[in-house]
Write a protein that binds this ligand. Structure first.
Ligand code: 2U9
Length: 342
């Protein structure tokens, strides 16, 4: 033990007294003291020969010695690894290290474009919570208690009584705006919605909706048609045609689905449009008078139109994406293809 302590003392003096300059000397020091067969390692191996009653004392001394050896190396290491070049040795004209800036997600690109197009028509963006209560997601929107959308199998419920759930559509945002704001109301509501679906190429348990609402005096179905026609022309190009088919939504009456002429075949028929020449892109209608009443808006004075679309669907048509799962797999080979899209 005494012999060991003497050895330690000699090494301690060596460390304190040694001047280390340059990368080679620093490396030699590291190998001698801190290497896998170095002095520190060897001294720790001597522990087994120390009598049991002095193990604690020797352990402490050894740890302090190890810290001394390491801190000496830390002092000289930066210089050893990165010698500071003097200004004359620097080539200031060399290009910098490239910074990887990533790309916008295709859904963000399309959502921003939708917001921009409707922004030009005076629609502003409204947002709301993704965890909703029953009233704003269902009851206020003409979806009575026995409606199939309320089924546990279709909706992710979070809490019972009070009923909280993941919103199944962004219509709850319109409901919240109508609650607070009197007409004129001209909003679009982009955001994520959730449905209890089995994930496949054509369905997902979450997706992005963008719904719109316009309530004012004298708003007509002609306004609805022209607004949506303007939107698809801006989104897909001037040559696109539209058609409306009667439909049903609980919040609107009359309701209609809107198709656009197939972007792939121009209307002559192909696999994408299932040889019909048309593809469905959104749902729409005149706001049901009962809805206006629900929010204290006089249906004899005000009318309105509303519409809703899946951003993934618009993106699918614009960029020809054939599998919904691609949007959420974070595969860089997919995402990097949108580097130049705006
Ligand atoms: C209020 C008033 C009116 C919202 C509307 C649609 C038509 C619609 C879906 C179709 C497929 C979107 O992508 S999708 O899931 N939606 O077609 N949504 S009218 O009407 C409202 C909502 C709230 C207060």
């Amino acid at each position: 033990m005494e012999e060991l302590l003497e050895k330690l003392d000699t090494y301690r003096k060596e460390i304190i007294g040694t001047e280390i300059s340059g990368a080679d000397a620093a490396e030699a020091y590291r190998i001698r003291f801190l290497g896998t067969k170095g002095i520190v390692k060897n001294l720790f191996q001597e522990m087994k020969n120390v009598p049991a009653e002095r193990k604690k004392e020797f352990g402490q001394i050894l740890n302090e010695f190890k810290q001394l050896a390491e801190s000496k190396y830390d002092e000289v290491k930066p210089n050893a690894q990165r010698p500071t070049p003097n200004a004359n040795q620097m080539d200031w004209s060399l290009p910098g290290d490239p910074i990887s800036i990533g790309t916008r997600h295709p859904i963000s690109i399309v959502r921003n474009r939708i917001v921009q197009i409707f922004g030009r028509l005076g629609f502003s963006v409204a947002e709301g919570p993704e965890i909703e209560d029953d009233w704003h997601n269902f009851t206020a929107l003409n979806l009575p208690e026995d409606h199939p959308a309320r089924d546990m199998q279709d909706t992710f419920y979070i809490h019972k009584n009070p009923d909280w759930l993941l919103r199944t559509h962004t219509s709850s945002v319109q409901a919240r705006v109508m609650e607070k704001q009197k007409p004129p109301i001209r909003i679009i509501c982009p955001g994520r919605v959730y449905r209890n679906e089995t994930i496949s190429a054509r369905a997902h348990c979450f997706f992005t909706q963008c719904e719109g609402l316009y309530v004012d005096e004298n708003v007509s179905f002609a306004d609805l048609k022209q607004t949506l026609y303007f939107f698809v022309q801006e989104m897909f190009g001037k040559s696109v045609k539209i058609r409306f088919r009667p439909s049903y939504f609980p919040f609107t009456e009359p309701s209609a689905e809107m198709d656009i002429s197939c972007l792939i075949c121009g209307g002559s028929g192909c696999n994408v449009c299932k040889h019909t020449g048309w593809v469905e892109i959104l749902g729409s209608g005149m706001v049901h008078p009962k809805m206006l009443q629900n929010f204290g808006i006089d249906p004899n004075k005000y009318t309105g139109f509303a519409f809703g679309m899946g951003v993934e669907r618009i993106c699918q048509l614009k960029y020809r994406i054939n599998d919904l799962r691609l949007y959420s797999q974070n595969d860089l080979r997919f995402l990097k293809q949108f580097v130049s899209a705006t």
